[in-house]
Design a protein around this ligand. Structure first.
Ligand SMILES: Nc1ncnc2c1ncn2[C@@H]1O[C@H](COP(=O)(O)OP(=O)(O)OP(=O)(O)O)[C@@H](O)[C@H]1O
Length: 729
């Protein structure tokens, strides 16, 4: 089996992932912002799609002889892509570390664990929280011991807001080690940098990632692994007999395209043959966009700083040399201290070792101080607790005393109440005895009464029965009378109602007949009037024709006179009798003369035709005005005396209208009277219904009473034999 494996895990996201295409161990990625972009393909030992489970990953990773082989499992990817989730997970979905520990514990393997953090090339033991490379180990007896460790690891990032590499090493009693490395997020620095310290953090992370990449590449090619360049690689067990597994994680949201691509390329490079860091950096930088210009600047700045430090060191070396020379001169020694120091290189090594031991000592001292400090703190806390306890104790004692006092008072009160209670009880007892005696007397009397009443019960029942019978008879009588009364009243109401209806009908019919008569009268007189007017018009037409004849004749006479047609000439002409026109006479032209006499139009006749027209117009106008002003008051009783024939047409029309209105009014009145009659009938019906209801109610009550009486009778009949027995005894 290959000692180096590269796996890719894709984190699930809720939205479109069209920039990715996974086909078994092959993944294709395309720039989502560029439609013309081509798919780039990468292949790995296994790809875990977003639906993959923790167990699937675990089974694949621990598919080697882990009891006889060391292992180093690294998770690499940008922050939030699922590195920690894959390694640790959570209690519901444990990652490969808890799953592995669980398996080991179930197999009875003794498991110890150390865990460290690497931050800016400094290693810290997370067990002791000290910066040291000597790691302490914890015994993992239960899976919860591991979760405690994971909790500490999680808290680092959350509390300090820094990106760190975390290494958990498990030591199995089969003498093998399994190392899990949660690498710091691989995202490019330019996105996040805001302050000086972060520059350094980002640079250190990037450079440690690059060194790791190179080491993995060397390991894959079975070359000597150059681990010294970074604290991270120094801490890793990447040796011949190690199973190394790199789990790359990506968060495939489209905004992370570049980060995903860089992760895929990073993983790919660890497997590629012949890769130099320079090329890696160049390819990295070459593929980065505008954001990386800032990163370049940072690198340049740091390079300048390194140059500066180098110069300083050189200067310091020169100073040291100078000081040596000065010292030599001062001591008057003719010894080459440089050479001497070279000779004493061995001593120097010993000195260095001593120095390192001293440093360790110092760190131990620090540890001791820390522990002493913690001890002092806990002593202080202890003291505080003691004080607190004493204070509480005093308070409790005080409270106890107070409580005792209260108890005593309560006791006294209880005694007092008891005494008064005893008195009250005695009083109550005597009252109760008195009451019982009274009750006994009363009940005795009652009993006696009852006995006598029971003895008299049949008799009483008999009287009750006869009373009931009487009552029943009375009720029947009342009921019959009420029914009779009611029927009589109903009949009377019906009679009155029909009488009233007949009168109403008669009145209505009389009015209707009267009106019909009036209308008929009116119609006959109107007919007569119309015939008379027609006749008058015919007469006038005849008269007019006659007049026309006269005018014709006259004009002929005038013509003849003018033309001298008559004998005697123009001056003394004589008109023959047959030519002479007859003058209009009062008998033949009575209408003409009637108008001439009454309207005295004779004066106006002589005037010109236009004047006559004018006069007719104004007269017509006046007539119309007078017609509209006619207000007629009609007395119905005297309708017969009105002479319709002598009326002019407009007055007659007004009369007709008025009569029509009056008839309508009368009809309306009749409708109102009819409505009133209906209402009265309805009211009477209502009253009748109420009376029936009342009667029914009475009837029901009577029946109920009857039932009660009957049941009482039955009881009495049952009682009678008992009472007779008693009497006998
Ligand atoms: N495969 C997965 N299935 C379900 N949830 C996941 C998966 N991968 C990651 N997550 C969820 O995504 C979130 C971020 O994951 P995680 O903390 O593991 O990222 P990370 O790469 O370790 O980030 P950082 O470097 O900041 O620690 C978590 O809430 C985690 O539960």
């Amino acid at each position: 089996m290959n000692n180096y494996k590269v796996y890719l895990r894709v984190r699930p996201i809720d939205y479109d992932q069209s920039m990715l295409n996974i086909d078994h161990n092959l993944i294709s990625i395309k720039d989502p912002t560029n439609k013309q972009a081509e798919w780039q393909q990468y292949s790995y030992d296994k790809i875990f799609p977003s639906i993959s489970t923790q167990k699937e990953l675990f089974d694949e990773v621990f598919n080697f002889d882990y009891l006889n082989k060391n292992a180093c499992i690294l998770s690499y990817g940008q922050s939030g892509s699922g590195k920690s989730y894959s390694l640790f997970g959570n209690v519901q979905n444990p990652g490969i570390v808890p799953l592995f520990v669980q398996t080991m514990l179930e197999k009875g393997q003794v498991v110890e664990a150390s865990f460290q953090e690497i931050y800016v090339d400094q290693i810290k033991d997370l067990n002791t929280n000290l910066v040291t490379e000597d790691f302490t180990r914890r015994n993992i007896m239960l899976i919860n011991d591991l979760w405690d460790m994971i909790k500490i690891v999680r808290n680092i990032d959350i509390k300090r807001q820094v990106r760190t590499h975390v290494i958990i090493t498990l030591y199995l009693n089969s003498n093998t080690k399994v190392q899990f490395v949660d690498l710091a997020g691989s995202e490019r620095v330019a996105k996040n940098i805001t302050e000086g310290e972060k520059y350094q953090e980002a640079i250190m992370i990037t450079s440690s990632h690059q060194v790791l990449n190179r080491c993995l590449n060397q390991f894959n090619q079975k070359k000597v692994v150059q681990k010294r360049e970074s604290k991270l690689t120094q801490a890793l067990i990447i040796e011949n007999n190690t199973q190394v597994i790199l789990i790359g994680t990506i968060n495939p949201s489209q905004s992370n395209y570049e980060e995903c691509l860089l992760t895929l390329q990073y993983m790919d490079r660890t497997k590629n043959v012949q890769v130099s860091i320079r090329n890696q950096q160049q390819s990295l930088l070459g593929s980065e966009t505008q954001n990386n210009i800032q990163q370049d600047k940072v690198i340049k700045k740091l390079q300048e700083e390194i140059q500066e430090y180098k110069q300083k060191i050189e200067q310091m070396n020169l100073d040291r040399k100078k000081k040596f020379i000065d010292l030599q001169k001062l001591l008057g020694l003719d010894i080459d201290l440089e050479r001497l120091s070279a000779k004493n290189a061995k001593d120097i090594t010993i000195f260095r070792n001593q120095q390192e031991a001293l440093q360790k000592n110092v760190s131990l001292q620090q540890q001791l101080e820390q522990q002493q400090y913690e001890l002092a703190e806990s002593l202080k806390k202890n003291e505080e607790l003691k004080q607190d306890f004493h204070q509480k104790l005093e308070r409790y004692q005080q409270q106890l005393l107070e409580q005792r006092e209260i108890n005593k008072k309560l006791k006294d009160q209880i005694n007092m109440t008891k005494m008064s209670g005893d008195d009250a009880l005695r009083q109550l007892n005597s009252e109760r005895d008195h009451f019982i005696r009274k009750l006994q007397d009363e009940s005795k009397n009652l009993l006696e009464d009852k006995v006598t009443s029971i003895i008299n019960l049949p008799q009483a029942a008999q009287t009750k029965l006869s009373e009931n019978q009487k009552l029943q008879d009375l009720r029947k009588q009342v009921r019959n009378e009420a029914e009779k009364d009611f029927n009589k009243q109903l009949e009377q109401i019906k009679l009155e109602y029909s009488k009233w209806l007949d009168t109403c009908k008669q009145q209505y019919e009389y009015h209707l007949n009267e009106k019909n008569k009036e209308i008929e009268n009116f119609l006959t007189s109107f007919k007569q009037y119309r015939d008379k007017k027609k006749q008058q018009i015919n007469e006038i037409v005849d008269e007019l024709l006659d007049l026309n004849d006269i005018i014709q004749k006259q004009s002929k006479v005038i013509d003849k006179i003018e033309t001298g047609g008559y004998s005697g000439g123009l001056k003394s002409f004589s008109i023959p009798k047959q030519d002479k026109p007859n003058l209009p006479n009062k008998i033949k032209h009575k209408n003409l003369f009637f108008y001439l006499d009454t309207k005295s139009v004779s004066a106006t006749i002589t005037k010109k035709g236009s004047n006559i027209e004018k006069t007719i117009k104004t007269t017509t106008k006046q007539f119309k005005q007078s017609q509209s002003q006619i207000i007629i008051e009609i007395d119905c009783n005297q309708l017969d005396q009105i002479n319709f024939l002598s009326m002019d047409f407009s007055t007659l029309r007004s009369y007709a209208n008025k009569l029509r209105d009056m008839i309508k009014e009368l009809q309306d009145q009749m409708v109102i009277i009819q409505d009133k009659c209906k209402q009265q009938v309805a009211q009477m019906q209502r009253e009748r219904d109420e009376a029936i209801q009342k009667f029914n109610m009475e009837n029901r009550r009577y029946n109920q009473n009857r039932v009660v009486i009957e049941s009482q009778n039955r009881i009495l009949q049952k009682i009678r034999p008992i009472s007779s027995i008693q009497r006998k005894s």
